[in-house]
Design a protein around this ligand. Structure first.
Ligand SMILES: [Zn+2]
Ligand SMILES: [Zn+2]
Length: 452
């Protein structure tokens, strides 16, 4: 029922990427080594087409999500944005490879051996389950994700305290009165500040935190509410496993719960059918390294980028182990830290990973039916998601008239040589000659990249 309600979340702009993790294609590969190789070669097969126009996005999604015959194809996905470019990806599911623990995930029993029988199991699964969703909420500078599976819910972080109302309203609008779990990855304000907002509307059964106590006002406020709700407080240890509906969750970090808070972040990998998701909190390279050394399975189709895209996280080694197709960066527009940073964006790009950003695209919804992953975003952007924000202050108005280019769709204005202008859809492009102040008075917003 609730998942159905969530589907009505109709503000979402339609499909950016649908990955059909083609099980039948996987079956044609005879050994895991060759499957790994084909995965890597497929990673680099991301191609860009320019023919798909935004008008076709709605029909594209309907087709790709509802037509089961598409899963038989090895070419899988299309995405489109305001620039009119589209991405086609051939993908094979990394989580179906070399995973000893996957057998404990209910819906993954069929991945270890290849046979015709399994192919039909896979088709059945595909037909009946469209049940796993993650909402990465735009909470400004911070993290908050709601994981939904079979009417079970887990909130991973709640953003900063000023986003309490965002989390509260989201839960209220979707009538989610019971959360199975709240995970406070670590007690930094930008992760736990908004959790009291969640507890204001929803009852939680279990609260996961790497620390039992913290002096902050937010943590105190959470503890008060947990006590009133008689919720269970758990400091999870590495290796702990639990279910969320038919999804299976693995606590893979912290391996050593010590040191600075970021490196005590709870890191969770979730397996749903043949798809997998990794939530990393603010883990920095030290925690990443200890998790890598622990030898746990990390491969995941979707990865929340650690620490809002800080350059001290998301190392090449980490990306080599996780091998995500999709990366989600949660950060605030114009944040003081310059997140996401250029080095991380470069690493993601070099690994052929599709990136999505809450600062540019608002809320991001990632869905899985156990085989196929699709991504929808609240807003379109004419920015390159791989461009780091500049943190220099905007140029003051010199009072003179200049040439500007307005994007009538996003309401932003740019210098004529801004990268965004070259990618702008012709029908949204409007030339303007005048002063910066007059543009702002007309309600237009200066682009954060070119600082017009
Ligand atoms: Zn932190
Ligand atoms: Zn943070």
């Amino acid at each position: 029922m609730m998942v159905g309600d969530l589907r009505k979340f109709n503000k979402w702009r339609r499909v950016l990427v649908a990955f059909f993790l083609s099980f039948s294609f996987a079956l044609t590969c005879s050994c895991s080594t060759s499957r790994k190789e084909s995965l890597h070669s497929s990673d680099s097969s991301v191609t860009t087409e320019t023919s798909v126009r935004p008008e076709s996005v709605d029909s594209l999604e309907t087709e790709s999500l509802s037509d089961p015959s598409l899963t038989e194809e090895s070419v899988i996905a299309s995405s489109s944005d305001e620039t009119g470019s589209s991405v086609s990806v051939t993908e094979e599911n990394p989580s179906s490879l070399e995973e000893p623990e996957v057998s404990s995930a209910e819906s993954s029993e069929n991945v270890t051996d290849s046979s015709v029988e399994e192919s039909s199991i896979s088709k059945e699964t595909e037909a009946e389950t469209i049940g796993f969703e993650v909402y990465f909420l735009d909470v400004g500078q911070g993290d908050s994700a709601l994981v939904c599976c079979d009417n079970h819910y887990m909130l991973i972080d709640g953003g900063p305290s000023k986003s309490s109302d965002v989390v509260y309203s989201f839960l209220k609008n979707h009538e989610i009165t019971n959360l199975d779990y709240i995970v406070a990855t670590h007690p930094d304000e930008d992760h736990i500040g908004g959790i009291p907002g969640a507890l204001e509307f929803s009852e939680v059964e279990e609260f996961l935190s790497p620390v039992e106590d913290d002096d902050s006002y937010s943590f105190r406020s959470i503890l008060d509410r947990l006590q009133k709700q008689q919720a269970e407080f758990v400091v999870p240890s590495c290796g702990m496993e639990f279910d969320l509906g038919s999804a299976h969750c693995f606590v893979v970090g912290p391996v050593e719960n010590a040191g600075k808070l970021n490196n005590r972040s709870i890191v969770i990998r979730i397996v749903y059918g043949n798809t997998s998701f990794l939530f990393t909190g603010d883990a920095e390279s030290e925690e990443e390294e200890s998790i890598l050394q622990s030898g746990q399975t990390l491969s995941s189709d979707v990865m929340k980028v650690s620490h809002h895209g800080s350059e001290y996280s998301t190392t090449d080694m980490w990306l080599d182990a996780v091998r995500p197709s999709i990366a989600i960066i949660s950060c605030g527009q114009g944040n003081d830290f310059g997140f996401p940073t250029n080095p991380v964006l470069e690493r993601l790009k070099e690994h052929g990973i599709s990136a999505y950003r809450t600062d540019l695209q608002g809320d991001i919804l990632v869905r899985s039916d156990g085989e196929t992953i699709s991504v929808e975003t609240e807003k379109e952007t004419d920015m390159d998601v791989f461009s780091a924000p500049e943190i220099e202050p905007a140029e003051p108005d010199d009072g003179l008239e200049h040439d500007y280019i307005i994007n009538t769709k996003t309401g932003k204005f740019h210098k004529p040589d801004c990268e965004a202008v070259s990618k702008m859809d012709e029908k949204n492009r409007k030339e303007y000659h005048g002063t910066r102040t007059s543009l702002i008075e007309e309600g237009y917003v200066p682009c954060k990249m070119c600082n017009p």
